[in-house]
Design a protein. Sequence first.
Lengths: 372, 689
Amino acid sequence: MIASLFLLGAGTLPAPASEARLLVAAESADRVYDVAFDGAALSVQQVVDVGYQATEIEGPHGLTVSPDGRHWFVSIAHGKPNGLLYKYDAETHELLGETELGLFPATMQISSDTGLLYCVNFDLHGDMTPSTVSIVDVDGMVEIEQVVTGSMPHGSRLSPDGSRHFSCAMMSDELIELDAVTLEVVRRLELTDGTGRRAGGGHGGESSPSTDGRPQHAAVAKPTWVQPHPTKPLAYVALNGVHQVLEVDLKAWKIKRRFPTGRAPYNLEVTPDGSRLVVTYKGAQAVGVIDLKTGEELARIPTSRPIPHGVVVTADSRFAFVTCEDRGAAPGAVDAIDLESLRRVSSVDVGLQAGGIALFPATERPDAPSQR
Amino acid sequence: MHRPLGLQASLPVRAAVALVVFLLGGALTQPVSAQEAPAEQEGAGARTLVVEPAELVLEIGQAAELTATILDAAGEAVEAPVMFFSRSRRSLTVDREGKVEAIKPGTFEIVVRERRRRAGENQASRVGLGERLSVTIPVTVKLPDLGSLELVADPNAAVWTGTTIQLEAKGTDVNGAARAVSPTWSTNPAAVATIDDLGEVTIHAAGPFEVSAEAEGKRAAMTLTAAANPIARLVVEADNAAPKTGDVVHLRVDAFDAAGEIITDVPVEMTFRARTDDHLGPGASGQIEPIEGTARAWRFVAEQPGRYTFVASSGSAAGRLGAVATARDVAGKFTLVGHGRVDDTHTSDLWVWEGLDGRDYAVTGTWGANGDAHFWDVTDPENIERISTVTIDARTVNDVKVSADGRICVLSREGASDRKNGIVLVDVMDPRNPKILSGFDDSLTGGVHNVFIDGDKVYALSASSRYDSIDISDPGSPQRVGTYKVERPNPSIHDVWVEDGLAYSSNWSDGVHIVDVGNGMAGGSPDNPVKISSYAYPSGWNHAAFPYRQQETGLFYVAAGDEAFPYGLNTEGKPTYPRGWIHFIDFSDLESPRECARYQVPEAGTHNLWIEDDVMYVAYYNAGLRAVDVSGELMGDLYQQGREIAWFLPDDPEGHIANAPMAWGPQPHKGHIFFSDWNSGLWAVKLER
């Protein structure tokens, strides 16, 4: 199957259900791994070296695949000082273009509405000042705008119709909505742990906003990921600092439910059928599967290596793929989790600090929540 | 080309589509093309996006409006949402309604793109990204017309027969901004003066003449009067008639008239002839340049041995002086003394010091690995012994430094599992039992690539644009006391070195910055760093800097090293071929630093360096360790001058990459040169001269 994908052009030939092609970024190895899943086992098909300053780790962090599957994109976190976005041919892995973004560009997604790519500039350098979302024309590989959002924005995700962009400001405890067309911030939602503690060190109404009105660190909730529901006006937010996932009502623009999780939830994905939530527990070496109807955690599945990071789910909602960073010289890994049996069925080691993960589209449906 | 789009009739309406071209502000003087720019879809039901006009030609400040219409298969306009964006937003803007405004001259593109209809309920029916209609509109923003032309000459330039003067044509556009021009030059009468295409006037005879320049319909002229050149005799003097290659010879000229009186205000030119002893084939022989600020003074360096004749001329007068340059003959050799192999991973930087017990120790970092720092007993360099290892939460310990008192080691951290990175302080009073004392990561979370210790302050780079000074007087509780930030667009700092209270940071395209962090010459301190000078060079490869005050001449150089990998880095299995060289910058006048020399080994690339006793030790990656004579004033190409003393290739068949020299950093210590190699660990050699 994989050979066929390469021969015929992976972007043009949909994979059958439960077979999958993945990309995984090894952040401390400056490598991207092309990984195949045949329905039972994962295997590394190809390794692509990325970056530009050889003896320095530049940190490929975010990955996304164009909705037509013809190209893939990786954000390079470290630059001089700004990071970069690289565009590759999905079939040959030939580097096709690059453009400069902001400080420590991280996660990203392409809008099916505008065709533009939206990448958060995470600014991990500790500046704790409001950072930005870069908007990129991926045909010309030109950054057409940078929009200021919040402190350490992460979890760049679009509404199913591609018209709204959501990101979390990890160190100002905000969910931020951007109009994907006008490129303007339209709404902000303060994210709390439910006890009244607020970013900036205050309690209750004692938050200490920054001069521009946004709350300062120290953050309390530390939101690290947001994912809109595929069919309902809901979004799910991982609160890494307080071990919760929030369900946000996008119409009312308020927090609707809270789900307790394992330690340090980091990334999450709603299954395309809308029934479950798969969450990486960075501090628990596990993945949680939450029933969105009941809010119950159906299973907590140990990962093969510590520090699970990214997660994607196949279009048929059957399998989840999870990256694990591990520590030091230990390799990173990709785990395949069967969401029916709720068991890990395969793992494969990749390079150091495996983080970003992207799933090639398996159908013509362009809005499959397939990029990490 | 595009595939058929289904369900066109159900497309929701998001934007009204204007169908008329507006010329805004009445300023559009160039007619825009009436041709439409269509984007079509194939097959039955195909639609077309038509944008008018199909191209734009604008003046700066001018605006125009694009209209976009989507036509169905029958050619009927349908209302459908489109968006506009500029691929050069700082030069050309477009708003959401298609209004374009020109900011800067050039050729740019506006993209008009069909938005996807709102969906969500019926995802499967939606077409792929590539099927959307999209049109790219080329926009030319014209250079403003030339408003005026002016001739500029050196106000001190005198016009004498047999000499030249340089003129410049300065253009100003109609908006008052400077404008580059390529004028046509002329003189009249040509018997008095002629001018070349570059504006250099040669005076042939005494008398008045006019110089004129024409460009884009504008003309500027200047009338000058040439006087007869009184110089009858030129005398050339040199401070060294028997230099060695690489020695800088200072030349001066005295000019006399027919009566023997000294003439001071007539220009004199200087050049040289060479007859080299180069038996290997033609090559550059030497280099000469005027000394800025000193009249009739030049400096010259011979890069090849041979006979040189310096020729001064002015009008019909000429003066000559000969000199014979001999080979520098500084060749020595490195002798291998010892090797502490690291073959399980890559090795990064090193530091060597005398421990509290009087023995000698070294620490080396590791790259792309387990966060290890290895400690070595190097008291007997022939028997380098690895005595301990500290492991921190990191993938790369790029830099290692030890305090002058031998008590504290600082490790830089990148790739920490918690992404907090920062630095780690280690008690090395007993290097056989090092103890981690503390970590400091506040605002250093992106990763620390390099550090330096000066007294009780650590200077640590943030991976973005600054270095912080961190007080470690209480090593269990480091505290930030100050920050230096390069105030430039997109600044990036790579390394910092501190000596005599001055910090020398290497900042890629922003070059070398010298900052007072306690020297006092500019009132600086660790908590109040004050920049005193800087120098940048065009390649943007500035990676390391080492200051050197030369005892013999009193000159103050900073050797600025490049790092570049145009052919990538091979982390496993085969060698790497970097590029780059050492730039010597004369900072003797801090207000006017001057790049004066280079050391470049062909087909190789530099990394870290150290200068001691007029010898520069360079870890030259694939070219191994090099020792270079940097005595005396420096000028030109030090490699060609034969200033290289010795080289050593650390080719280890059992290295992490076998037989692949990749020298990282050197440090002289008690008569030996220690250096780390990325592929093979720690080495000790001795320089024999």
